[in-house]
Design a protein around this ligand. Sequence first.
Ligand SMILES: [Zn+2]
Length: 201
Amino acid sequence: MDQIKIGNFIQEKRKEKNITQLELAERLGITDRAVSKWENGICLPDAGTMPELCSILDISINDLFSGEEVDMKNNEKKLEENLLEMTKAKEERDKQLLHLEYVVGLISIIVFIILVLLASYAPMKDWVRFVIIGVTTAAIILVAFVLLKIEQVAGYYECKHCHNKYVPTYLSVQKAMHFGRTRYMKCPKCGKKSWQKKVLK
Ligand SMILES: [Zn+2]
């Protein structure tokens, strides 16, 4: 997706409607800085804002992604291209998220071990020892929950029986036996249990 082209298109349409950046921002319940960022091609409007933005500018979502008014003949082709690009962008983001999960997990475990060793062997008052162990344990549990959330939403799990790919609920990920990122879960489509691998596509 060409952010600069989309930005120019938003600006052009806004001016056609005789609305200022501030007015547009107010109608969307966001800051005029955000509008200016779109128009300069720095970022795209988020998904939640798009329908309202398109309705104000009198364009289709497909026009918005294409950065121009798409005629009906090209419409289907453009739509496919845009969907494909969005899928690719999600894939890339999921990949980064899973990488982040790995890095944060590793650092947390190392810090946890160092602090527990320190609290166990370094000379200090007993209450300080308890506080350090208590706080680090609470912190690592919190980190584990956050990382599990990342693992739940990034990418998909694939059923070995019917090859259905799906995003499981947080609870089912939490309860599942696992080996790395492969989890033993029930497929919502065929109902069979299997060791399901994490896939990005
Ligand atoms: Zn299945």
